[in-house]
Design a protein around this ligand. Structure first.
Ligand code: ADP
Ligand code: MG
Length: 235
């Protein structure tokens, strides 16, 4: 199998006001090119923390994070953020769109620091990403002029503008009604069908959503356990 992303015995904790929480206590996972992986766990179990470590937004306290064969601990913060900006697309739990910018500008944001692309290429990529989520006609809308589902699609387009090899999504349907959530999932799954090499990792507390993935894991006591595919066990 061709590994694109791996964690090996990753630990990550936080101390706030003398109180210690340790959401990740030896989490390991290997993701191959083209995999569609879901990770479930109740609220507060550490899913966002896990996704931030997978997405190289945070470094682990201990353990190894490997992206496309590179151990991230070998990279400076600056090199890591450059690397991240070319390989990983991240969709945050709460959209994180900038309200004073148009949808198109929001989508172009992760390309701001790319000196290997011309302004024209950046604009073309951003327009293409918006069309991939069906929002070409909303390029000039501000986030607050869009519905929740449309905002989530802009957030997905922003991750796609990078042309990532790995797409990470933190509860992509969590803030949406069921019907809108289903349409967002259709967009994600269509993308994956069109780009068979793209690895998609999706965090959710929705078991039905998780069951759609090819591989499913549960975050439990800081560690990842494979959940048997539908028909082989618990469901
Ligand atoms: P989930 O996404 O599964 O709801 P999180 O990863 O957001 O869980 O949080 C797991 C635990 O880690 C919680 O107890 C949360 O309060 C704590 N935590 C997460 N991020 C931070 C942070 N930056 N500082 C302090 N505590 C944090
Ligand atoms: Mg979370």
């Amino acid at each position: 199998m061709s590994e694109v992303l791996a964690l090996d015995k990753v630990e990550k904790g936080f101390s706030v006001g003398g109180h210690r929480v340790e959401p990740l206590r030896g989490a390991s996972i290997t993701v191959a090119r083209g995999d569609y992986v879901s990770i479930v766990g109740p609220s507060g179990s550490g899913k966002s923390t896990l996704l931030h470590v997978l997405g190289c937004l945070e470094r682990p306290d201990r353990g190894v994070v490997r992206v496309e064969g590179t151990e991230t601990s070998s990279l400076s913060d600056e090199a890591l953020s450059t690397f991240r900006g070319r390989v990983l697309g991240f969709v945050f739990q709460r959209f994180h769109l900038v309200d004073r910018m148009s949808a198109l500008r929001n989508v172009a944001m992760p390309l701001d620091y790319r000196d290997d692309l011309t302004l024209r290429e950046k604009t073309e990529r951003s327009q293409h990403a918006l069309s991939q989520v069906g929002l070409d006609s909303h390029a000039e809308h501000r986030p607050r002029q869009l519905s929740g589902g449309q905002q989530q699609r802009v957030a997905i387009a922003r991750a796609l503008a990078v042309r990532p090899r790995i797409l990470l999504l933190d509860e992509p349907t969590g803030n949406l009604d069921p019907e809108t959530g289903a349409s967002v999932m259709r967009i994600i799954e269509t993308l994956q069908g069109q780009e068979p090499d793209l690895a998609v990792i999706l965090v959710t507390h929705d078991m039905d959503l998780a069951a759609r993935a090819t591989f499913s894991y549960r975050l439990e006591q800081g560690q990842l356990r494979r959940v048997p595919p539908v028909g082989e066990g618990i469901r």
